[in-house]
Design a protein. Structure first.
Length: 100
């Protein structure tokens, strides 16, 4: 896919979130929806890796280094999202208090 499509989708999401165009009930469930989407993405990636016979047969050659790299990539991606989410929410709370 084209990188511009990703940027457009990201921008559209930011616009919708900024303008609060979604119902409050959906806004409250965004964390759950985000986690569920991430788990679904990881599952689909696992299925596609499992279907590739070359990847499966080369696991022994790749060794523990590839597994460690994959685990740390996933772990730090999740950690990064959590940290950034908390930072953004904190900034929004401060901005909300100053608007009152």
């Amino acid at each position: 896919m084209n990188i511009f499509l990703y940027l457009i989708i990201l921008g559209l999401g930011a616009y919708i979130g900024n303008k609060k165009l979604l119902k409050d009930s959906i806004m409250k469930k965004l964390d759950y929806i985000q986690s569920l989407s991430l788990l679904l993405l990881l599952f689909i990636m696992g299925v596609s890796i499992g279907m590739d016979k070359d990847v499966i047969t080369s696991f022994a050659a790749i060794g523990m280094q590839a597994i460690v790299l994959a685990v740390f990539s996933v772990a730090f991606s999740i950690l990064g999202v959590k940290i950034i989410s908390k930072k953004v929410l904190t900034l929004e709370e401060k901005r909300g208090k100053s608007d009152c």
